[in-house]
Design a protein around this ligand. Structure first.
Ligand code: MG
Length: 157
């Protein structure tokens, strides 16, 4: 077994699409970023790299690399899952927590859950997708940013 944890934060700015777990959520603001800024997919990708002892997401997908500008986070995740498989590992389970103040994600949570399980290639009962706020405190509470934490467990052949 291998375990990994990941964390990601992006600033929220007006006029950008809010993409979370690969799904666009209607909102006035979205993450600023080199990619689509999907904090869920970034935190999970970072956790996968951690479990593989392969460093962090920034090492493999540096924001200084112009060829990666506008890259979909689902593409990043797929590349990292490919690294995992080439190392003889498979994904046993994933748990993640999205931290944001607005919008309310509960109407979208089941669609996000289903879509994310599909991207990860795991059964829905092997994926935790939770949402919390910071009770108005800090950068998330002021609506300046959005964050996600993730842990993954890998089976190693
Ligand atoms: Mg990121």
């Amino acid at each position: 077994m291998r375990i990994g944890q990941g964390f990601d934060v992006h600033a929220l700015v007006e006029g950008r699409p809010l993409i979370l777990a690969g799904i666009e959520i209607p909102h006035v603001a979205g993450p600023l970023g080199h990619s689509d800024g999907d904090v869920v997919l970034h935190a999970i990708s970072d956790a996968l790299l951690g479990a593989l002892a392969e460093g962090d997401l920034g090492r493999h997908f540096p924001s200084s690399d112009a060829s990666l500008k506008g890259i979909k986070s689902a593409v990043i995740l797929e590349k990292v899952l490919g690294m995992m498989r080439s190392r003889g590992c498979s994904l046993a389970s994933v748990d993640c927590t999205v931290v944001l103040e607005a919008p309310r994600l509960s109407p979208h949570q089941s669609a996000m859950h289903m879509h994310l399980a599909g991207l990860l290639g795991i059964r829905e009962d092997r994926l935790g997708l939770k949402v919390t706020s910071t009770d108005g405190l800090g950068l998330v509470g002021r609506g300046e940013g959005i964050a996600c934490m993730a842990v993954v467990l890998l089976d190693e052949a």
